[in-house]
Design a protein around this ligand. Structure first.
Ligand SMILES: Nc1ncnc2c1ncn2[C@@H]1O[C@H](COP(=O)(O)OP(=O)(O)OP(=O)(O)O)[C@@H](O)[C@H]1O
Ligand SMILES: [Mg+2]
Length: 352
């Protein structure tokens, strides 16, 4: 069989990014899926130490370390070009690190790639499937790559098709699939062999809210079954809802890591005030900095971002300053969340 061909125009580097692409539609029923850490157990099966990688002069990874235990979903949350896919690439042995070590189930990937990959299921950022084959035949191909065959493989394919809700369309060529169906099949292809370690690189980019929600449920189910999952995303709401632990990654470094609760505590219970309009950046910055109760996260001619303890008490004062040194067209107050920590750590909003 020839190598899997990429389905073009879907899940490419560009899709889902850029000014309009980073804002996801809200997921329905946005309650947390995290079951209070129950079920996370044993030693890490993913263990990454001080990974470094340069592409030419571009330092894509500047020393990445993290570990993930069975039953745990570890999120790598970061914007475009942060180093998420490079990290995933090293973990599946496709990208060679300049330094550092990545172990799967205790086995060093660089030294014993074939053995290390035995436990691995990968859902790549770019969809890689045979367009002229059916879903079932695609899954057969991937199952055989992992050494499965016969009735065992057929049973696993039935199960995984059910999980991604494609059972009733499994026999037709996938040429006629929608983007969301291709994404779901791409996920199934990484799961058909029930891997202990699952790497998912932005699996929900470009999908509608319902499909995103069902994929998040699926990821949780995989973890409940004992797999260790690395899940990369640039959607804050997904990270908050799904991940037992998170690393915020930017410019090739994990800036902060912890459970959602730890990260929220690090952010402090401060509300965010966002102003858009026309500002004289230097003057307005100088004036706002006279007030220690305002924490200025970002100031540009078009936008001001601040955090305060109580937005209701400080909004009028901030508006007076901003209004006297420019014009305010839009005001938004956002409740404390991972977002304030993200902005604090990276100096930018994820939705930029
Ligand atoms: N094969 C490559 N050749 C050259 N540069 C690369 C290559 N792969 C990644 N890079 C660079 O390394 C940096 C990290 O890229 P990476 O793809 O890991 O980011 P990412 O976090 O996955 O971003 P995105 O959210 O856009 O998928 C970027 O500056 C990127 O341009
Ligand atoms: Mg990527």
């Amino acid at each position: 069989m020839k190598a899997p061909r990429r389905v073009s125009g879907f899940g490419s580097r560009e899709s889902g990014f850029g000014v309009s692409g980073t804002v996801a539609s809200p997921i329905p029923n946005p309650q947390s899926l995290i079951p209070d850490g129950i079920g996370i157990r044993g030693k890490p099966v993913i263990d990454v130490t001080n990974l470094r990688k340069k592409f030419g002069d571009n330092e894509a990874l500047k020393g990445i370390s993290f570990a993930v235990r069975p039953g745990e979903v570890y999120g790598l949350l970061g914007p475009n070009g942060a180093g998420k896919s490079t990290t995933i690439g090293i973990l599946c042995g496709l990208v060679k690190p300049d330094a550092g070590e990545a172990r799967l189930n205790g086995i060093d990937i660089a030294q014993r790639p074939v053995d290390a990959r035995r436990v691995l299921g990968v859902v790549p950022q770019e969809v890689a499937l045979y367009t002229e084959f059916s879903a079932r035949d695609n899954l057969k191909f991937f199952g055989r790559l992992y050494g499965l065959s016969g009735a065992d493989l057929d049973a696993r394919i039935d199960r995984v098709l059910e999980r991604v809700s494609l059972s009733d369309r499994a026999k037709e060529p996938i040429e006629g699939y929608s983007g969301g169906m291709l994404r779901r099949l791409n996920i199934a292809a990484g799961l058909v062999h029930d891997p202990k370690v699952v790497l998912m690189d932005e699996p929900t980019v470009g999908l509608d809210p319902q499909t995103r929600a069902s994929i998040l449920d699926l990821v949780r189910t995989i973890a409940s079954g004992g797999a260790a999952v690395v899940y990369t995303t640039h959607y804050l709401d997904e990270a908050e809802r799904l991940c037992d632990r998170l690393g915020i990654i930017d410019h090739g470094a994990i800036l902060v890591e912890g459970t959602l609760q730890q990260l929220r505590e690090a952010a402090g219970a401060r509300e965010i005030i966002a102003l858009r309009g026309d500002f004289k950046t230097d003057a307005v910055t100088r004036e706002l900095q006279q007030h220690p109760e305002y924490e200025l996260l970002k100031a540009s001619d078009a936008e001001l971002l601040l955090t305060v303890q109580r937005a209701d008490q400080h909004l009028a004062g901030i508006l007076a300053i901003a209004g006297s040194l420019g014009s305010v067209r839009e005001v938004a107050i956002r409740q404390p969340s991972l977002e304030s920590l993200f902005i604090k750590m990276t100096g930018r909003e994820l939705r930029e």
